[in-house]
Design a protein around this ligand. Structure first.
Ligand code: HEM
Ligand code: HEM
Ligand SMILES: [Fe+2]
Length: 472
């Protein structure tokens, strides 16, 4: 790829994005293996078990998103501050260390897979905390690189211009990196362990990551459609206040049944029920800015305000997907009165898929498109056939999986929980119900659609440099 980038920080960002996309692909392949195993349990039995495929599926998910987020921060820092990332050589070293560590961890997951229930396993194979299962040695490596990343952000922001966007990024990064540390302690009590583990998981996805989405959307809207900085930054502050206001105590919705005191029922119900509000605000914000800038462009006789159609389309998919996956599907099961029936069913998985995809995959793909535009020095990036196939099939695939899993979950809620009272036997009977099994079949089919969409996306990103339809 011809590289015309002025900043080394942005070059580093493209490295992070490349690894992110590779991990995204690995995530999808693992998801497909796990989905086949749901229907045909003997598939790869004792060669590559469901537990392993599922673990790599969701750990690759978190990793690719963290890589893409760090990359996105390095991408926007030089643009916003007007200077090169401070200590760029060290930042590049950090990338190499992180990528090497991740590679070793994944190879161990695939080759060694599991170990005995002792300290050796925790240190060298797997820590066993869903989503963040890196063994202890890698945990320390990741933490050191993340703290280093925090330093680069701060030193660059202090030396260069500190826009509102950069200020929010700085504050959010302290929280985001600090929370990773909360998941590193160890206790023998599973309740205590889960208590802290949710700090990382929930306070990442429902507080600090959402703030990052606000940061990327703000930056992106200025770049893509020339939105006014004052307006964008005002929205950003409102969103941050609302996100933290509801998201922090909203964590209570994970404390209903794990042995924490019962006052969490009320706290969790109230604050998590408020969580969709900032997501509505974010949706209105993107839609409003888009309409406004397009209207100004038309009035001035320009044909469009959009400098990067694919990125804007993905940003819009984000605004809508975040609201739908996190806000609506999350709200469905956030009251303890409902959650007692839905807890840990396929309904949870339906929400997990649409929320992670809608809130994070979408905006990060939008940032990838901003990066290919910058890397190839394109004035106006247009919608190619491959881009359209990618965005349609990916959204259709993930939404289709969500609907399928919601139907499977409904069967579980009805038969296993409501009718049979959540006994061990009830679990197995519900697993054989027609709707449950058919839902899983449709999930697999829609998973294949998702993978095909992903292939189109990668093809489009890789061919942008050569494609003649873009204005240079
Ligand atoms: C982008 C933001 C979000 C993401 C990525 C996300 C993702 C997830 C995931 C993956 C789980 C399953 C965790 C597990 O393995 O046990 C989960 C659980 C849950 N989420 Fe979200 N979520 C988001 C936002 C929300 C919001 C805004 C709400 C409420 C309005 C919500 C309500 C819940 C509840 C109640 C559970 C527990 C489900 C259960 O008891 O099984 N989530 N979320
Ligand atoms: C090829 C497409 C995909 C397939 C076939 C697939 C399949 C699966 C399967 C079988 C599981 C295990 C569910 C269980 O234990 O009951 C799972 C879990 C999960 N997947 Fe996927 N997946 C796909 C894509 C995605 C995407 C694109 C995302 C998000 C961006 C995602 C996020 C998750 C999450 C968060 C979980 C954990 C859910 C929970 O425990 O509640 N997956 N997936
Ligand atoms: Fe949560």
């Amino acid at each position: 790829m011809a590289n015309t980038l002025k900043w080394e920080g942005q070059q580093l960002a493209t490295w992070y994005f490349t690894v992110a996309i590779v991990l995204f692909g690995a995530q999808l392949l693992m998801g497909l293996i796990a989905a086949v195993q749901f229907l045909y349990p003997s598939f790869l039995f004792e060669i590559f078990d469901f537990s392993v495929a599922r673990m790599i599926h969701i750990n690759a998910l978190i990793l690719w998103m963290v890589f893409a987020m760090v990359g996105a921060a390095y991408w926007l820092l030089p643009d916003e501050t007007g200077i090169e990332v401070v200590g760029i050589k060290w930042a590049k070293l950090g990338f190499i260390v992180l990528t090497a560590a991740v590679t070793v961890v994944v190879v161990v997951y695939i080759v060694v897979q599991i170990g005995p229930a002792n300290d050796m396993t925790i240190w060298f194979i797997n820590e066993g905390r869903e989503y963040i299962e890196a063994p202890r040695w890698a945990d320390f490596g990741i933490a050191i690189v993340l703290v280093g990343f925090l330093l680069h952000v701060f030193l660059t922001a202090i030396k260069g211009e500190r826009t509102g966007i950069v200020t929010v990024l700085m504050a959010d990064m302290i929280a985001l990196v600090g929370l990773y540390l909360c998941g590193m302690g160890f206790t023998d009590s599973i309740s205590m362990d889960q208590f802290w583990w949710w700090w990382v998981i929930h306070l990442w996805v429902e507080a600090t990551w959402e703030v990052l989405v606000g940061v990327f959307a703000a930056y992106g809207l200025i770049r893509i459609i020339g939105a006014q900085r004052q307006i964008v930054e005002m929205w950003l502050w409102i969103e941050v206040a609302m996100l933290f206001g509801s998201g922090i105590l909203g964590m209570g919705h994970h404390y209903f049944w794990i042995g924490t005191p019962e006052y969490w029922w009320e706290i969790g119900a109230l604050f998590s029920a408020l969580e969709p509000l900032p997501l509505v605000a974010m949706f209105i914000h993107v839609t409003y800015d888009w309409g406004k800038q397009q209207g100004i462009a038309k009035a001035e006789g320009r044909d469009t305000a959009i400098a990067n159609t694919p990125a804007l389309a993905w940003f819009f998919a984000n605004a809508f997907g975040n609201f739908l996956g996190a806000g609506v599907w999350g709200f469905f099961h956030t009251m303890p009165q409902v959650n007692i029936y839905t807890h840990g069913t396929q309904f949870t998985s339906a929400h997990g898929h649409l929320a992670f995809f809608g809130a994070y995959a979408t905006i990060l793909i939008g940032v990838f498109y901003i990066a290919v535009q910058g890397t190839n020095n394109i004035k106006r990036l247009k919608a190619t056939f491959d881009f359209k196939m990618g965005i349609i099939l990916l959204n259709l695939g993930v939404f289709g999986m969500t609907v399928a899993l919601t139907i499977s979950g409904y069967s579980q809620v009805l038969v296993e929980r409501a009718q049979m009272g959540a006994t061990w036997e009830a679990f197995f009977i519900s697993q054989d119900t027609l709707w449950f099994v058919q839902g899983l079949g449709w999930r697999l089919a829609m998973g294949v659609v998702t993978l095909v969409g992903f292939i189109y996306l990668v093809k489009d990103l890789l061919s942008t440099g050569k494609n003649k339809i873009h204005e240079r």
